[in-house]
Every structure is written in C-alpha cells, then in structure tokens.
Design a protein around this ligand. Sequence first.
Ligand SMILES: [Zn+2]
Length: 434
Amino acid sequence: MMAWMEPARHSVAVVVRGPDGTFLAVRRPSDPRDPLGGLWGLPAITLREGEDEPAAAARAGRAKLGVDLEVGPKIGEKTADRGEYVLRLSDYEATVVSGTPSVPQADTSLTQYVSCMFTSDPAVLEEAAGRGSLCAQIFLEAAAAAEQDRVADFRRRAGLPHLIDAHTHFMPQRLLAAVWAYFDAAGPLIGRPWPIRYRAGEDSRLEVLRGFGVRAFTSMLYPHKPGMARSLNDWSAGFAARTPDCLHTATFFAEPGAAADVRRALEQGAVVFKCHLQVGGFDPNDPLLDDVWGLLAEAGTPVVTHCGSGPVPGAHTGPGPAGVLLARHPRLRLVVAHLGMPEYSEFLGLAERYDRVMLDTTMAFTGFAESTDPFPRAELPRLEALGDRVLLGTDYPNIPYSYADALEALEETGLGAGWLRAVCHDNAATLFGI
Ligand SMILES: [Zn+2]
C-alpha cells in the first residue's frame, strides 16, 4: 500500500511540571467507546493544519487547562497504527507561566478532562500506557531511563559496580495483588496513603531491579494467618529456581507445623527467612516457635524480621519481645528490618549486644519515613560503627517513592562511600557467599 495515502493524525502531549518533582495528570471522561476513558493521562491535543508541535503544545495549555504554558524540550515521540488512522504523538516538557490548571475548559469541540492533579507518582499513568496511550508510554519510558541514570550515578559516586538488596518482595501474583489493594486502601497496618511505585508484572519488575545494577535480591513473603506458610515456601522455591539472581527466601507462622515448615524450607535450599511480627500478629516467643528459632540459629540462616513498631505498632513489635528472643537464642542471625524503625536506638543496642544481629536499611532515611519516624541524628556514629552488620533493603516494589530516592537517602547520611559499599553490597556478599 502507499503509506502516504493512509489517514494520519499528529498530536502532542504536555508534561506540565509542578512543584517538588510533580507533573500534571488529567483524567479523561468515562466513555465506553474510548479505550482510555476514565483513565489518568497527560493533556494532549491534535495539531491543526500548518501548526507546529510547540505551538500545539501551547494551545493545549490554553484550550484544555486554561493556562499559559512555556513549552520546553521534546521528551520523545511514538507512532502507532490505530486502524482507522496512523497516530504520531510527541511529549513536550512544559511549565505554567500564568494561571492555575483547571478542567474542564469551555471548548466542547475538543475532548475536555474531568479532573486534574499534580502528582509525583508516575504509576498513575501505568494503566493508560498498558491500554496503548502513547503519551503515557513515552513519559514512563523517559522517567524509567532517568531513574536508572540516577541509580547508576549513585553507584559511580560510591564505587559500587553492583548492589545486593536483602529486602525485596516477590510473591504469588494473587497475594501481591491483595497486598497492593491493602496499601491502596491505606489499611490499618499502613496508617497513611501509600501509592505503590512499581506496580507492574513480575517480568518487568525483575527487569527494572536488574536495570538498577542489583545482582542479588530476596523474595520476602509472609503469611498473615496459619496454614499458608508451606505453600508460600513452595512458590518461593520455584521462584528461586527460575530466577537465578534471587536468594531463596522462606517464611513461617506461629502454628503447630512451624518447625516442620522451616525444616522443609531449609532442605529445599532456603538461604534467608522473612518473619513479619506486625502482619503475622504473633509473639516471637510463642512456644510454637521454640524449635523454629533453634533450627535457624543452628543453621546460621538470616531471618529478616519486621520487629520494629513502624509504621503502626503491633501487639508483639518493639525491642521488648525481640530482646527476650535474643536472650534465649543469642546465636540467632536476626536481621532487624527497617533499622528497627521507630525504635532505632533500642535495636542498635541489641545489635551491639549480640554480634550476629544485623539490620536492614529498608525505607530508613527516606523523606517518607523521616516525616513520621526520623532517625535520630545523634545515633549515626553507632550506625557507622555497625557498618559491617547493616544490609541494603528497600521494600521494592512496594514503595511510595523511587528506588533512587532510597539510595540517595542513605548517601545523605554522610556516612561515606566505604560505609555505602559495605552496606549496599559487600556485607550481603559475605553473608550469602556470593
Ligand atoms: Zn518489607
């Protein structure tokens, strides 16, 4: 066919930058004939005869948002065959020169939007991108590339060819979907809005993590009720078998079969365990777990344990129950998740007292955590002194900010490149023999 005979449509979208790294998202009206109806996207407009892209981008500001825009550089361009026409679309950077964006505007000859918001969460565009929105795809690809560059810059500054992340979550998709729904609803154990940043399919989540230079990571999963641990462990064994860079992770619950579950997981090859005292709601000193801790202490297997009282205290969180446990099993390789947030000082004390206790950095020092549970700056020297017993953890993918934010937050402690190399790679490499 003669391609130039096909009807073509040429459009532009604007990424209107707001304060603090935000951008403007707009929601299209619900319309059963519009595959993007009801979804969040970027303001876009079709070029008029003879109009150039920057001029159309400026017109989108006036006609769809009621603002004057200063149009910046082009971010990218994509083309797609829509069946009835071929769409060519470009995204442009823009800032508001005058006015405040508001929707809908009066011109009903154009698609108007039903709501708009400044957000720092690119994931609001995932659904539209998945349904073929070119402007959302361009934006997300550019954002992902920029984030990968930030992580690479961090690694360069610290002298880290690779990272090892001891606290990442991979679990059966149905369970992960339930966890995400819980975060979306800001459930009682969460306590505040928590937009999940990396809400994608498993393959792309793995690809993104590897793209950050992470050469080994875990698949933290955890039961919230009895009778689940064994099937979770089976899933995790399968995941580790098909994911060579995953450190085989297992879990347990305070239930009569706990020791058998743990023995079985060790035989399957688990090298690290996850214990969630907040979600599980059990006492680490429950007699049902006596043999579990004994087995794990004897095997020397690290147990990453959510034992601090953040973000919301549980009946058995805090340094008290963990301290009793360590007094009974002083050889236990307990890894205190989140640096024990918010009881940082007390958990540092346990690590100083028991030389096999370690801590992971998950969420610590990020703006998100500091706003409610700031790490006491006076304790930085203690954290520095424990530099060979701190592991990088992130909670990827269930975080409400970017992976680069978590790494830069560690750097901003000022503990230096040597500390960062130990924490972000070398300690875990030694612990897991990689
Ligand atoms: Zn976690």
